[in-house]
Write a protein that binds this ligand. Structure first.
Ligand code: FAD
Length: 536
């Protein structure tokens, strides 16, 4: 995604990847609203949407004995009509449920259409800073190692980043909160579709537990189970995982094709710095969260979105290189906040376990598959007696407490750069507002007789000035590279005499009004850090 964003601004670069193409297995699947906005900006949202699960199929998160078996509870992803309207008003787009393999394929096609190229089969084996420049040692498809020098390097090489370790940048935080065995599989579960509410089902059966992820909620799935501390991924080979999948589906008549097994660490780590000289850490190279919250890929895309325009303007000489320091200053606090949120979400899951007495994400003994399949005992939630009623009510309430994990517009859209609180206090109740450092709220506006989303304006300019309907544009000073839009009518974003300066990434840089029009050039100089150049 960093490559697409840079190509859109005309930046030339080399791009290396040690794989042989986009990832094959689906892995991440939640594309949140902010990432969807970025996909729209780069022209691939509609294609991604056509590949994603139809939105009406992503209704709820479920807790069940198996996909076919007893349901314990569910969380509707859209709480009520008010929440639905808030989501519709918040953005021109919506979240997607889409496997990372499909996501990457679309992004690579877009990159190629823009004249970029990924050199697959090329592995970075060392990174160093020499005479202020970046040096990479690159092993090619024949295993030949060559050295290349670059002005800047974006290290998007994932959680085990060689660039990061070569530069001696440590990760802060626990490397492994839990280790998961994962199995990706193809199975036509369309007969179960009415029972499978959405993309995530937590499975807590007598003979299997874990989480089932539905990538298209029809044929492409994954099962993740926690590995006991004294065992390794080798104990969860294909035979064990296949048996666990059958048990998690709860219907042995379903044909299952195993597409891959693996393992991964649930970590909560942030790099001690996101920048070292000409190197920038982006995505999992900079941060690793538990997947509870679906923020890993999303935070990485948003890192790239923060950095690409700054780098492009520096390379064109229109911004001072000091602007590049703002990448780490702005993104590290967001990564930390998202990491904390993901850890809290993971911990809060235990509350459901405690109510039901079913340890959904406790370690699984692989030997469980040698025992006959069984059924859970009575959990106290069945029947018509008062005790069952009470327990169902407590369970429903406890599941509702999980909402910030699965449905938090605040974490999707509400991060504010350079603020003492990254997310506004009271965090889960997102109220869009024009705040310096925050993403400009979405609004539909009229441009040349058509209705467009206000965020559609920003990406191609150095900055954008939004003016209220009564602002006299003739009084504006010359603003090279800056787009200007005056609202035709009153709106919820800019007061009639107001001015709002927006960065190319849609974040608010300055808020003023007609009386302070002469402050605009210095606001722009601060944005591009050219005030530093002038002061020097
Ligand atoms: C089970 C699970 C579910 C998840 N679900 C979600 C979700 O729903 N939403 C979400 O936002 N996130 C989710 N995540 C997290 C998400 O998968 C990661 O955050 C995301 O893949 C990180 O992207 P990345 O590009 O930074 O790193 P990666 O996806 O790891 O990509 C790194 C790339 O660099 C290449 N590379 C690595 N080393 C080198 C080298 N030395 N030389 C050359 N190339 C190299 C690799 O081949 C790879 O292509 C999930 C993670 C897991 C484990």
């Amino acid at each position: 995604m960093a490559g697409v964003l840079l190509r859109l601004r005309g930046v030339e670069f080399d791009m290396f990847d040690d794989g042989d193409g986009p990832c094959r297995l689906p892995q991440a699947h939640v594309v949140n609203t902010r990432t969807s906005e970025i996909l729209r900006e780069v022209g691939v949202f509609e294609e991604m949407r056509s590949l994603a699960t139809p939105i009406e199929k992503t209704k709820s998160i479920e807790w069940a004995e198996s996909l076919a078996g007893r349901r314990f509870g569910k969380l509707d992803l859209v709480k009520d009509e008010e929440a639905l309207q808030a989501r519709i008003a918040a953005s021109a787009v919506h979240p997607l449920n889409l496997g990372q393999n499909r996501f990457e394929e679309v992004v690579v096609r877009r990159l190629e259409a823009l004249g970029g190229r990924v050199s697959y089969g090329h592995s970075i084996v060392r990174a160093a800073i020499e005479e202020g420049g970046a040096v990479l040692s690159i092993s090619n498809t024949d295993g030949m190692v060559s050295e290349r020098r670059y002005d800047y390097v974006l290290a998007c090489d994932g959680a085990r980043s060689i660039v990061r370790s070569s530069l001696g940048i440590d990760m802060i935080g626990p490397p492994s909160l839990a280790r998961y065995a994962s199995a990706y599989f193809t199975a036509d579960l369309s007969d179960l579709e009415p029972r499978v509410g959405g993309q995530v089902t937590f499975i807590g059966g007598a003979d299997v537990r874990g989480v089932i992820i539905g990538f298209d909620i029809q044929t492409t799935w994954a099962l993740m189970c926690v590995i006991p501390p004294d065992l390794t991924a080798d104990d969860f080979g294909p035979d064990v995982m296949l048996e666990l999948i059958h048990r998690a589906i709860g219907d042995r008549t379903v044909a299952v094709q195993l597409d891959g097994v693996g393992s991964w660490n649930m970590s909560a780590q942030i790099a001690e710095t996101f920048r070292s000289g000409p190197f920038f850490l982006v995505g999992d190279a900079a941060h690793r969260f538990p997947p509870t919250g679906g923020l890993g890929l999303n935070t990485g895309v948003q890192d790239a979105h923060n950095l690409a325009w700054k780098l492009a303007l520096v390379l064109e000489g229109r911004a001072h290189p000091a602007i590049l320091d703002s990448y780490a200053n702005e993104r590290m606090p967001v990564a930390k906040a998202n990491c904390d949120h993901s850890v809290t979400n993971a911990m809060r899951m235990a509350e459901v376990d405690a109510i039901l007495g079913v340890p959904f994400l406790a370690p699984v003994e692989p030997t469980v598959v040698q025992r006959p399949e069984g059924s859970l005992p009575h959990l106290g939630i069945d029947g018509d007696d008062d005790a069952a009623d009470d327990k169902r009510a407590v369970l429903a309430d406890t599941i509702e407490q999980q909402r910030p994990h699965f449905d938090s517009l605040m974490h999707e859209l509400g991060y504010i750069y350079d603020a003492s609180e990254i997310y506004a206090v009271g965090a889960h109740d997102f109220r869009p507002s024009v705040t310096v450092g925050g993403r400009l709220p979405h609004a539909l506006i009229e441009v040349d007789g058509s209705s467009v989303g206000v965020h559609d304006l920003f990406a191609s300019r150095d900055a954008f000035l939004l003016a209220g309907k009564d602002v006299d544009l003739v009084k504006l000073p010359p603003l090279p590279g800056v787009g200007v839009h005056r609202f035709a009518a009153e709106n919820g974003i800019v007061a009639p005499e107001g001015l709002v300066l927006v960065r190319p990434d849609g974040h608010v840089s300055w808020v003023g009004d007609q009386q302070r029009i002469e402050a605009l050039p210095s606001a722009l100089a601060r944005l591009f850090h050219t005030d530093i150049r002038n002061a020097a």
